[in-house]
Structure formats: structure tokens, C-alpha cells
Design a protein around this ligand. Structure first.
Ligand code: CA
Length: 423
């Protein structure tokens, strides 16, 4: 857990990269998120840091000597912090390394970003208690939360191969469904396609098989966070999910934003982690003074929708909902401690999904399933269209940012994906 502020988050810092000083940028010098990119015609990805509307190529800037993000992520916290400090000092107003760094800059508009690292394994948790409650009510009105929810950070093993970076375009999946009125199940394109607003948590240093990570050391094993869209086919999910959980309803596509915002950059936005009155305290392996004092993170999250019709008419995306990561029922440190308590070995680059992050309000649902009350009440869009579930051509854009008086605002960039017609 980080509690000491360091010079890299000093709100007074400005950069000689002019666009980084724009108050509206997601990537001021206090952020410095890591990602992978390639230039036109290149096949291999390079490691870069987003700064304003530019990317700093870390190898060209002579800061690292590798193109292997996973190897970089696996170095210890001290080396990672030293690198962040060197990047920050080189990008500051008046830096003596300006000439070397200037030759290592390329416009974000001129690069293609990929998933930020090689993702070996992907686990999706279920930490959004408002999502779990609302969805649970749709299935079990009298008993929305199952008895394990407040004791176990519930999760399942997802699929890494179909995760792609922002800009992902995929076809409406086919699958087996069986509605209450159907005499027998049938195979066809999903008719209840949905998104899920989540955060992605990327593992830094690995732990050896058989050696749990204690909650006190858990956050040092986390490299950073991205936005994550866990696309979901609700009709396939409803038929297949019992008794082993989601399978083909979710493994056809998952989208992440390309820039990993480090835990160091998030320091100013930490919050106490508290359970509502009357809820059980976490078991000791999921509890620590630091986790209580600052386990939460104040990240404002938004879902935007641009339909094909909006795009044709030149209309911008429309905001569907907003919520905050601080409403999550389990913290980042608790997820790592729980995932490894049985000795499971996390690897550098492994991805943990937070689960859908909804707020308490009716308009704060992080999925259409919630916003349309299970498809029973369609949303009205400003252009007259309605949505119960996604339609072909819809682009869903997730955004996230942190703001706090006395600190520089930082953002996550975009996590956009588009649903294409079934093949
Ligand atoms: Ca999910």
C-alpha cells in the first residue's frame, strides 16, 4: 500500500510537451501510464508512456533496453518507481534530457496501440455489489445476494485469447439459448448482447506456485489499472451459467483500454475502505490497517454509446451512465490476496477484472441488463432510438478519470468496442 506522496504526483509539475499541460488531457505528467504501440508498417510492439497527445518510446529515450512489457512489469517495485521517476524528470519543464526525449516522441494519432502486455491468464471478479444485487433481484427477487457474497471475492477464470485493445470490432456471437417459452434450445445469434463496465487490474511481480501473497504485500504486485469491457451475451449466459458460471456468453470478446495507469499515479485518489454498518468484517487474510485506511480508489467511470445512426448523422456518443470504483465491495489488495491464498501463482501480465461497477442509483447501472431492467424497459436515446440490448453497429465507449482538489486530474483514455452483425 502506498501512503507516501512522491514528487511524480506534485500538482505543480508541468511538461515541455505542451499538450500534457492542457487541463483536459487524460495524460498530464502526473499520470505517465504504460502501454504498447507500433508505428505504421511495424509488426512488433514497442513500450511507451502516454504524455499529452504523444507517446514516449521508452527504448528510444534510452530508459529501457527491452520490448518485453511483461519482463518490465515483473521487475520489483523499486525498479518500477525509479523508471517512473526518470520518465517524470525527463519530461519536466527545463529537463536536461529534452533533446534525447524529443526524438523518442510520436503522436498518439500516428500509432496503433495493442493490449498493454501479453495476458497469460484472465480472472473476472464480481466486486460491484450494486450490480450483483440488481442482477440477483432479476433472478431471485427475495434473495438477491447469495450467502457467500460478503465473505468471498467471487470470481471465475475467463479467457485471455479474445482480449483486445480499444478499437476492437467483433461479430455478434452465435450460441445456444433456451427461453422460458421455448420447447427446446436452439442455436443462433445472441439477441441480448450487453456490455459490462469494469476495471482491469494487471499483475506486476509474479508469486511462486504454493506461496500466497499477504494482503500487506498485495498492492506491490499490481502494475496498474485499465478500463475493461466484459461483453456479455445475456441469453446465452442465462441458459448455460448453472452450475459452473459464465462460459461462451463471455469468452468471444473482451476490450481493455491500452494504457495501464500505475498504482503510483493513483496515490492522491485513494480512499478509506469501509463496509456498511452491520456487514461482516473481512476474514483476517482479507483485512489490514492499510487496506482499511486507503484500500479504495476514487475513479469516476462512464459508459457512452454511439449507435450506427448517430455515427452516420455525425452525432457524438451519448452518456448512458456513470459510477465510481470506490463503491466496489472488495479492494485490489483483497483480490490479489484472495486469488493467491491457496497458492495459485499469478504471473506478470495476468489480468483481473473487477466485475461490473454499478452505483446505487437506478441510472448508475454498469450494463444494459441493469439500465433496461432485464430488457423490460427500453432506454430512450436523444435521437429517438431505444435500446434494451445492443444493436449491430453500436459502439460502446468506457471512460474513467480521477479528480481531487489540490491534485492534477488524470484519466484512463478510452476503451471503445463495436458490435458487428452476426456472420
Ligand atoms: Ca464481468
Amino acid at each position: 500500500m502506498r501512503t507516501q506522496f512522491d514528487e511524480t504526483i506534485d500538482p505543480a509539475l508541468t511538461s515541455w510537451v505542451e499538450s500534457a499541460n492542457d487541463p483536459a488531457t487524460d495524460f498530464p505528467i502526473q499520470n505517465l501510464p504504460f502501454g504498447r504501440f507500433r508505428r505504421n508498417g511495424e509488426t512488433d510492439f514497442r513500450i511507451g508512456v502516454a504524455i499529452g497527445d504523444q507517446v514516449l518510446d521508452l527504448r528510444l529515450a534510452k530508459l529501457i533496453d527491452t520490448a518485453d512489457m511483461n519482463a518490465l512489469m515483473g521487475t520489483g517495485i523499486a525498479a518500477r518507481r525509479a523508471l517512473r521517476l526518470a520518465i517524470s524528470r525527463g519530461l519536466r519543464q527545463g529537463s536536461g534530457r529534452q533533446d534525447v526525449f524529443r526524438n523518442a516522441l510520436i503522436a498518439q494519432a500516428d500509432v496503433e496501440t495493442g493490449v498493454p502486455c501479453r495476458i497469460g491468464d484472465y480472472t473476472d471478479f464480481y466486486t460491484g455489489i450494486h450490480h450483483a444485487t440488481t442482477v440477483g433481484k432479476l433472478f431471485r427477487p427475495d434473495n438477491p445476494l447469495l450467502p457467500n457474497y460478503k465473505w468471498v471475492p467471487v470470481g471465475y477464470h475467463g479467457r485471455a485469447s479474445s482480449i483486445a485493445a480499444s478499437g476492437q470490432r467483433f461479430h455478434r456471437p452465435h450460441g445456444q439459448t433456451s427461453g422460458p417459452e421455448d420447447a427446446a434450445p436452439s442455436l443462433g445469434p445472441s439477441r441480448r448482447m450487453d456490455y459490462e463496465l469494469e476495471l482491469g487490474i494487471f499483475v506486476a511481480e509474479p508469486n511462486a506456485l504454493g506461496e500466497p501473497v499477504a494482503i500487506e504485500a498485495a498492492e506491490e504486485r499490481v502494475f496498474g489499472l485499465t478500463l475493461l469491457n466484459d461483453w456479455s451475451a445475456r441469453d446465452i449466459q442465462a441458459w448455460e451459467y448453472q452450475p459452473l458460471g459464465p462460459f461462451l456468453a463471455k469468452n468471444f470478446a473482451t476490450t481493455v483500454s491500452p494504457w495501464m495507469v500505475t498504482m503510483d499515479a493513483l496515490q492522491p485518489f485513494r480512499m478509506p475502505f469501509q463496509r456498511p454498518q452491520g456487514d461482516p468484517e473481512p476474514l483476517p487474510y482479507l483485512d489490514s490497517p492499510a487496506n482499511r485506511a486507503a484500500g479504495g480508489v476514487d475513479i469516476r467511470l462512464e459508459v457512452w454509446l454511439q449507435t450506427a445512426r448517430m455515427r452516420t448523422a455525425g452525432e457524438p456518443a451519448q452518456l448512458l451512465s456513470s459510477s465510481n470504483y470506490s463503491d466496489a465491495y472488495w479492494t485490489v489488495a483483497q483480490l490479489v490476496a484472495h486469488h493467491t491464498v491457496n497458492g495459485c501463482n499469478l504471473q506478470s501480465g495476468d489480468l483481473l477484472g473487477s466485475g461490473t461497477l454499478s452505483g446505487a442509483g437506478a441510472n448508475q447501472g454498469g450494463s444494459l441488463l441493469e439500465l433496461s431492467l432485464g430488457g423490460k424497459q427500453a432506454l430512450s436515446l436523444a435521437n429517438g432510438e431505444t435500446r434494451s440490448f445492443l444493436e449491430d453497429g453500436d459502439t460502446v465507449i468506457l471512460r474513467g478519470y480521477c479528480e481531487r482538489p489540490g491534485f492534477r486530474r488524470i484519466g484512463f483514455g478510452e476503451c471503445a468496442g463495436t458490435l458487428l452483425p452476426a456472420r
